[in-house]
Ligand binder design. Structure first.
Ligand code: NAD
Ligand code: UGA
Length: 457
């Protein structure tokens, strides 16, 4: 009997955790080990309070953990015994040196490659799951083949899940992309990985390409998605100047099947750990290859997000008689989107920072983001920054005594709040700035609120 396949995933974050949980769920015959250098995170994965909030994830983990899904800090054993090694560590934007502010920092990827080369015995398939610049696989191969026993096949299998819908996205992926060397060994490795996904993904949705096409497709997919949001956000500014309604415009253009309805929601800017970093990475790649105009084109997508966030904070200050100094402003929602506890690059960070510069007092409520992560994102380190911020346990406490409410995450529960009660507890005139266009503004105005949306008349 063939020995059961073993998978190891290096990196137990927002990608490694859910992706491996779903592989373990759908492939009970495969043993999946997820390893991380962060012992606290591993402890949380082994507890009832997982380190990330993702609808449906806890149930899947509970069912597979200890059966064929394991979380551990023991990288040596997991790497040594695995047939397939996924690398799902962070690839943040470089903060210093060449390409600072744009290029991807591959320090964690390189560390993984060196660990794999040192610890692996026998043939291994090494899978790039992290999002990386095109041709990173060359560097990986060089490190692996110069330091290990030379029996490695490197594949690129970028992840397309979105936070908040990760489990649904993994269960019903539009496509799975696998790139590899177009040699007999490379093609065999592609088929081995494809066979894992074929346990639940229809074969026709598995796209097989060369390594570089797979690497570049991931950055390109994020750039195209982000570009749609920046485009509609740019139009939202024009809507505000002309009296058009951006949601009506989005609906009208999205009905054209060539355009489609998704990713046309205007907001007070988009966030998350990837869009900005991946587009900046694409800009850097274009510049590196001397392609100035493409670099400028993609850079504009990022500039529009920053413009949109600045516009929203300025709208709040302007409406409050040009001063928010000493005024209490309730911030409802701090995660970068609903159904996640992730606050990385959340638009709420920029808006809060702008308001803090104007000496506003902020009372912040988010149903999932921890107080620690919110204060961390706002630079709690300095005393002058941490004073004037209160983290509240519910929306009513956050809004009590406030001059204005700003909605910064589209959590469903905000639509169900008792706004009559909120209105009575607020300073008058009470204002609501709906940075996600989720509330019924007519109903709020009947209560007595003054309301402001994005791209709304
Ligand atoms: P994350 O920060 O949540 O997780 C990365 C994990 O890797 C951390 O827990 C860290 O401790 C661990 N790590 C770093 N170096 C390590 C090492 N040498 N050995 C073991 N563990 C190590 O990051 P993430 O959001 O999961 O993103 C990971 C990659 O996936 C990035 O390249 C990102 O662009 C890409 N991606 C993310 C998403 C998303 O929705 N978050 C979606 C698709 C792709
Ligand atoms: C995004 C992509 O959607 C995933 O396919 C990709 O795998 C992932 O990046 C990644 O590489 O990390 P994610 O950032 O988790 O996923 O979430 P999105 O749903 O794309 O939302 C990103 C931001 O855009 C959020 O702030 C969201 O509120 C905002 N957004 C989204 C809008 O402002 N308008 C929209 O119409 C859609």
């Amino acid at each position: 009997m063939a020995k059961p396949m073993k998978i190891c995933c290096i990196g137990a974050g927002y990608v490694g955790g859910p992706t491996m949980a779903v592989i373990a769920e759908k492939c009970p015959h495969v043993a999946v080990q997820v390893v991380d250098v962060d012992a606290e995170k591993i402890e949380a994965w082994n507890s009832d309070t997982l380190p990330i909030f993702e609808p449906g994830l806890a149930d899947i983990v509970r069912r597979s953990r200890g059966r064929n899904l394991f979380f551990s800090t023991d990288r040596a054993t997991a790497i040594g015994s695995a047939d397939i090694i996924f690398v799902a560590v962070g690839t943040p934007t470089k903060t210093n040196g060449i390409g600072a502010g744009r290029a991807a920092d591959l320090v964690y990827i390189e560390k993984c490659a060196r660990d794999i080369a040192r610890l692996a015995r026998g043939p291994k398939i090494v899978v790039e799951k992290s999002t990386i610049p095109v041709r990173t696989s060359d560097a990986l191969k060089e490190i692996l083949n110069n330091n290990g026993d030379g029996q490695f096949q490197v594949l690129s299998n970028p992840e397309f899940l979105a936070e908040g819908t990760a489990i649904r996205d993994l269960h019903r992926a539009d496509r799975v992309l696998i790139g590899g060397d177009q040699t007999p060994e490379g093609l065999r490795a592609i088929d081995t990985l494809a066979a894992i996904y074929e346990n639940w993904i229809p074969r026709e949705r598995i796209i097989k390409t060369n390594l570089w096409s797979a690497e570049l497709s991931k950055l390109t997919a994020n750039a195209f998605l982000a570009q749609r949001i920046s485009s509609i956000n740019a139009i939202s500014a024009l809507c505000e100047s002309t009296g058009a309604d951006v949601d009506e415009v989005a609906r009208a253009i999205g009905a054209d099947s060539r355009i489609g309805p998704e990713f046309l929601k205007a907001s007070a800017g988009f966030g998350g750990s990837c869009f900005r970093k991946d587009i900046l990475n694409l800009v850097y790649l274009c510049e590196h290859f001397g392609l100035k105009e493409p670099a400028d084109y993609w850079n504009k997508v990022v500039e529009i997000i920053d413009y949109q966030k600045r516009r929203f904070s300025a709208k709040i200050v302007r409406a409050l008689f040009n001063t928010v100094s000493g005024k209490k402003i309730a911030i409802l929602g701090f995660a970068f989107k609903k159904d996640t506890n992730d606050t990385r690059d959340s638009p709420a960070i920029s808006v809060c920072r702008d308001l803090m510069k104007e000496n506003a007092r902020l009372s912040i409520f988010d149903p999932q983001a921890s107080g620690e992560s919110i204060l961390g994102a706002l630079g709690r380190g300095s005393k002058s920054v941490s004073s004037g911020i209160a983290i509240e346990r519910d929306a009513y406490a956050a809004c009590h005594g406030a001059h204005a409410v700003a909605i910064l995450t589209e959590w469903d529960l905000f639509k169900e709040l008792d706004f009559q009660r909120i209105f009575h507890g607020m300073e008058k005139p009470a204002r609501i700035f709906d940075g996600r266009n989720i509330l019924d503004r007519k109903a709020l105005e009947q209560i007595g609120f003054k309301t402001y949306g994005i791209g709304k008349p």
